[in-house]
Design a protein around this ligand. Structure first.
Ligand SMILES: Cc1cc2nc3c(=O)[nH]c(=O)nc-3n(C[C@H](O)[C@H](O)[C@H](O)COP(=O)(O)O)c2cc1C
Length: 361
């Protein structure tokens, strides 16, 4: 009923609020014997961590993970999972609740203030409570474990659009993703985005973005033909991220404009006896089941709703008013959404890998 859990066999439950003492997560169902170090989890968390450039929120959270259970250092000195629940905890150390005092009785247009109050009859307005994307740090920590469940899989994400400014696909270079503050695979676009985001911030506004996640090395056969299709569950995982308003798999909405011939991912036998697809409009999923091609998903995030520029709204007493969100906010939430998207895809793939083995061996 409370819906804080995601997944079936590889299952995560997150807890915590933006300005509480800590946030955390329990990963249940992870197979035993998987090597996982604190540093591996921390490396993923460090990618999502706020305040790393002037283009993200200036909240300073070290996001130091503490593994409380579910791991054991084996005789070879390696930390491995035990098969029992893995509890992860991340302290909140830089909450500034007073920044929200002025707007605690007002509803930010585009945010969850109004709907939380309608649902629960009260809301934790400090830093947006549970509606804050602070919760997503837990998914990233869980995702670092999930990545290790499917042998040979590699999951990478990139920011491919900010506002109306797109990358050029011919410039795509995965190496570039780590070289700029946007996780952008196109060095030229990343350069343009610096000026673009500086201008957005100066105007007291915000901007949306599109993220692409590619999973290479996904074995064929993961997924299910009807309910719990692999693409359905990836869409569900990505859609569960704060501010996400659209998800595409493969050619996505663009497939509607293709002909049957253009969309067909033609197949050929290779000399080594394996099968080759000549294109990947399907995004690596056919009939809800992975084909062995790279799994490709994109998701769109809306512009941050907490902006400096005043907007019309109403307050909890039913009066018309205006709101201007002070405090520290991401001018483009899409940047930090990149590692979060990777984590959600990793969690879905780990879950489906275990479910596939459960049914098919
Ligand atoms: C990485 C990330 C950071 C975010 N930071 C902010 C923020 O600083 N200010 C804000 O108003 N919303 C931020 N959001 C979006 C809100 O959490 C989200 O819009 C809100 O919970 C309402 O949910 P919805 O947009 O999914 O309907 C962020 C989202 C993500 C993914």
């Amino acid at each position: 009923m409370s819906h804080n859990t995601f997944g079936h066999l590889f299952r995560i439950t997150t807890w915590g609020e933006s300005h509480g003492p800590a946030i955390g997560c329990v990963v249940d169902g992870c197979p035993p014997g998987i090597p996982i170090s604190d540093a591996e989890i921390q490396a993923d968390l460090d990618k999502r961590r706020p305040g790393q450039s002037r283009f993200t929120t200036q909240r300073k959270e070290p996001d130091q993970v503490r593994i409380l259970s579910g791991v054991f250092t084996d005789e070879a000195g390696e930390q491995v999972t035990t098969g029992t629940p893995i509890a992860l905890e991340i302290e909140n150390v830089d909450a500034r609740s007073k920044d929200y005092g002025d707007i605690k009785d007002k509803f930010r247009p585009g945010h969850a203030d109004y709907t939380y109050l309608m649902k629960y009859g009260l809301r934790d307005w400090r830093g947006s409570g549970r509606a804050s994307a602070r919760e997503t740090a837990c998914r990233v920590a869980a995702g670092a474990i999930a990545r290790k469940v499917v042998p040979g899989v590699s999951i990478r994400g990139a920011l491919i659009q900010i506002g109306n400014d797109f990358i050029e696909r011919k410039n795509w270079d995965w190496e570039e993703v780590g070289n700029n503050p946007f996780f952008c695979p196109d060095a030229k676009a990343a350069k343009r985005w610096e000026a673009l985001l500086d201008e957005v911030r100066k105007r007291g506004s915000s901007v949306g973005a599109v993220i692409e996640v590619v999973a290479d090395g996904v074995p064929p056969g993961l997924g299910a033909p009807i309910y719990s299709k692999l693409d359905q569950d990836i869409a569900s995982g990505l859609m569960s991220i704060n501010a996400v308003k659209g998800v595409e798999i493969g050619a996505g909405f663009g497939a509607a404009a293709l002909s049957g011939e253009g969309n067909a991912d033609e197949m050929r036998m290779k000399k080594d006896g394996s099968i080759e697809f000549l294109s990947n409009h399907a995004g690596g999923i056919l009939g809800g089941i992975s084909s062995g091609q790279p799994v490709v998903a994109r998701f769109a995030v809306k512009p941050t709703s907490s902006i400096l520029n005043p907007r019309r709204t109403v307050d909890a007493k039913g009066k018309d008013t205006e709101i201007s969100a002070k405090g520290r906010h991401d001018p483009c939430v899409g940047i930090r959404a990149v590692p979060i998207g990777e984590a959600m895809v990793a969690i879905v793939l780990a879950d489906h890998y275990l479910r596939h083995r459960g049914q098919c061996g």
